[in-house]
Design a protein around this ligand. Structure first.
Ligand SMILES: [Fe+2]
Ligand SMILES: [Fe+2]
Length: 220
């Protein structure tokens, strides 16, 4: 992934350990992802009708901000500031994919993008980093990975519940009981492979197919 920090900018860090700038970028990617998650959950709260769902989304946003703060604190311990850049190319594309779901009031799509796809990336990467990061940083990554895993399970429970309401509608129309039909989920191929916008859409599409298989194997 594109670094969000400038690894050539060493003049202010001459007394740091040789690996400090590497950990700075690892922390920066993690913190950027957490801040993006907070933005996504805040956006999700704005399309929820149920006050309990609004509160749940805002609680999630606060939790992700706390994760970001924990990563920033780990940076300070090794003597580096941890920048965030939610406008870095790939992070911005993920945010845009999420906002498309928001604009369509596609609650299920939002869950898949943020709570399944992005949180799964976090679980996998944080757990790995947790095994090799020095000192308290490793413990922080491991602990946050466990919390993110709970977020994935939370989303999967909602998706299973949505599917249980109407399996055929969920499987074949690609939406939960609360969603409106989406023609673009009905199997059309992207017009141009490699297009930036379509890549994000196709990724979500692929994940939905995987989720359907997972739901079928675990529910039926
Ligand atoms: Fe998080
Ligand atoms: Fe999370």
């Amino acid at each position: 992934m594109q670094p969000v920090t400038d690894l050539n900018c060493t003049t202010q860090y001459t007394s740091l350990s040789p690996t400090a700038l590497i950990w700075q970028d690892v922390l920066a990617q993690a913190m950027t992802g957490e801040l993006m998650a907070a933005m996504n959950y805040t956006s999700l709260s704005e399309i929820c009708d149920d006050p309990a769902e609004v509160a749940d989304a805002l609680e999630h946003a606060a939790g992700e901000k706390a994760h970001a703060a924990a990563f920033a604190a780990e940076g300070l311990k090794i003597g580096v500031d941890v920048p965030n850049n939610v406008n870095a190319r790939h992070w911005r594309r993920l945010r845009e994919a999420f906002l498309r779901c928001i604009s369509e009031r596609d609650f299920i799509g939002c869950l898949i993008v943020q709570e399944v796809m992005l949180e799964s990336f976090a679980v996998a990467s944080y757990a790995r980093v947790g095994k090799v990061a020095p000192g308290s940083m490793g413990k922080v990554f491991t602990a946050i990975a466990a919390e993110e895993e709970e977020h994935v399970e939370h989303a999967l429970a909602i998706l299973r519940g949505e599917r249980a309401l109407d399996p055929r509608r969920f499987d074949f129309l690609g939406l939960g009981a609360r969603g409106a039909p989406r023609a673009d989920w009905l199997g059309s191929e992207p017009a141009e492979a490699g297009d930036d916008v379509l890549v994000a859409t196709v990724s979500v599409e692929d994940l939905k197919l995987t989720l359907r298989k997972t739901a079928n194997s675990s529910i039926e």
